[in-house]
Design a protein around this ligand. Structure first.
Ligand code: ADP
Ligand code: 5GP
Length: 190
């Protein structure tokens, strides 16, 4: 069996550890490629255009929505949009790679509906909301307002884990990465 057109979806509230887990997985599997989303938020220090995200103004984002360029998109936080460009999917599949997505919970459910059995959807669960808050703070990327916005949204998002194929608790990072690695090895052939 081939990995033709397979995708792995990671969803969770912000700060649960998706980016960290995906970073580790990219070292284990050379058949994976990360889906670079478009966003209207500003780059964080150290983030690069075309590596972490495709950064664009809200006006450009909305124009490209109008042109039907997005497979899915969400205004994840008020005034801040994130989305998956159709061109990104074609780019990665043309390379013959399996796509790794890091999207919000609604986006994850939409993409699972779109890709069906070709998608493995994984919900990354924090050990507790207190620990999620600690991680968001320790990452040092958000101001107080942004932390509060993210935590508020996480309360609803955490209720949606049952809509994913698997839930992995990101308590100990090494353990969580191994659990995810095993799930992926059962789903694809590398
Ligand atoms: P997300 O991509 O879901 O927003 P990140 O991967 O950026 O989350 O992780 C948020 C913060 O938590 C980062 O500072 C990261 O280093 C830290 N982190 C991730 N996983 C763990 C873990 N298992 N234990 C402790 N800290 C973690
Ligand atoms: P951050 O600002 O922390 O990079 O991302 C905020 C949230 O937006 C995270 O939950 C992340 O998964 C989500 N996100 C990133 N890219 C996309 C995307 O293309 N589509 C959707 N729906 N959400 C995304």
């Amino acid at each position: 069996m081939s990995n033709n057109k397979k995708v792995i979806l990671f969803s969770a509230p912000s700060g649960c550890g998706k980016t960290t887990i995906i970073g580790r997985l990219l070292k284990y599997f050379d058949c994976f490629e990360f889906s670079i989303s478009a966003t209207s938020r500003a780059p964080r220090s150290g983030e690069r255009n075309g590596v972490d995200y495709y950064y664009m103004s809200t006006a450009e984002f909305k124009e490209r929505v109008q042109r039907g360029e997005f497979l899915e998109w969400e205004e994840v936080y008020e005034g801040t949009c994130y989305g998956t460009l159709r061109s990104e999917i074609e780019r990665i599949w043309d390379n013959g790679h399996v796509i790794l997505f890091d999207v919000d919970v609604k986006g994850g459910m939409n993409l699972k509906r779109h890709f069906g059995s070709n998608a493995l959807s994984i919900f990354v669960m924090p050990p507790s909301v207190e620990e999620l808050e600690r991680r968001l703070r320790s990452r040092g990327t958000e101001n107080e307002e942004s932390i509060a916005r993210r935590l508020k949204r996480s309360i609803d998002e955490l209720q949606e884990s049952g809509n994913f194929d698997h839930t992995v608790i990101n308590d100990d990072l090494d353990r969580a990465v191994l659990e995810v690695k095993k799930l992926i090895e059962e789903f694809i052939y590398c």
